[in-house]
Design a protein around this ligand. Sequence first.
Ligand SMILES: NC(=O)c1ccc[n+]([C@@H]2O[C@H](COP(=O)([O-])OP(=O)(O)OC[C@H]3O[C@@H](n4cnc5c(N)ncnc54)[C@H](OP(=O)(O)O)[C@@H]3O)[C@@H](O)[C@H]2O)c1
Length: 325
Amino acid sequence: MSLHNKPIPESPSSSKILPEICRRRFMTGTLGVGAGMILAPLFAGAQNAFAADAAKKVSDFVTKQPWVTLNDGRKMPQLGLGVWRLSSEEAKVSMIEALAYGYRSVDTAAIYRNEEAVGEAFRASGQKREDVFITTKVWNDEQGFDASQKALDKSLKRLGLDYVDLLLIHWPVPQQNLYSETWRAFIQMREKKLARSIGVSNFNEEQLKQIISETKVTPVLNQVQLHPYMQQRALRAVHDALGIYTQAWSPLAQGKVINDPVIGKIAEKHRKTAAQVVIRWHLQSRIIVIPRSSKPARVRENFDVFDFTLDAEDMKAIEGLDGKA
Ligand SMILES: NC(=O)c1ccc[n+]([C@@H]2O[C@H](COP(=O)([O-])OP(=O)(O)OC[C@H]3O[C@@H](n4cnc5c(N)ncnc54)[C@H](OP(=O)(O)O)[C@@H]3O)[C@@H](O)[C@H]2O)c1
């Protein structure tokens, strides 16, 4: 994790606030939240559910917060809040704002050292447990069959929760040669309902295929670095073939894509901000996305992406940015 934060100017629309009525509708869950759960067709087989999601038209993602159907049949919001590098206080402020504004998913990890804050923010929000999707990750030095189970126990204690919605192996660390047995422990933790869904992060094709062939259990998603400058097309094709969702970490390239002129032009066209265009591009590309901000106004801005659609020309222009440094 060698990426660096650069100071980023406050975005032009960061002071924009939804009208109070709309905000209340978000808070009471009557505006789009969980709509995908109602709209998504129910299929018996996990692969069928994934295929059904793949066949969804972009229009399904336009007006409402989309939820995706994972290959284990469970549902997850496609847009969530990331909290890496946020202090406990910042994580609490951002998450309380996020949950009030309509977010229903947060991505933390043991190594972020803010799981307590995530748990406190969840309780302060007044949301029901079943309405908020909480992800955490097992760090490299806690891999292994027993160690990873102890790691989840510790995470749950810090979060103050009985279960997490999604548990990820943070990095494969192949030199340790422990990710396979860690994956077997994850399957057990899922059976014990301590982790409702299980997945991985930063795995390559070979590592994915290895754990699947050894256990016959496919991760629900692989969380990888992905943004307009690093679009991970080959890996996304592998995920699609295996029935695994792609989740993007650093979707804003840590702020680097905000000043891109191509994105700026598209943002101007839609009267949205560059960050909103980039998040929208992820959503329309069927990628699960978890932008992070320490600033409540940007937390809101990053969720205000359900009232416009990128057209084919916009999508193509952003696709053309792949590989740009
Ligand atoms: N699995 C992994 O190995 C891994 C690795 C890295 C990250 N992640 C996860 O992915 C999440 C997101 O990635 P990330 O945190 O690296 O970076 P990111 O979401 O790509 O970018 C965050 C940066 O963008 C700025 N920003 C956010 N919204 C903005 C807006 N609307 N306008 C302008 N600037 C904006 C933030 O600054 P301000 O705070 O000042 O707004 C921050 O500096 C993490 O928080 C974490 O949950 C996972």
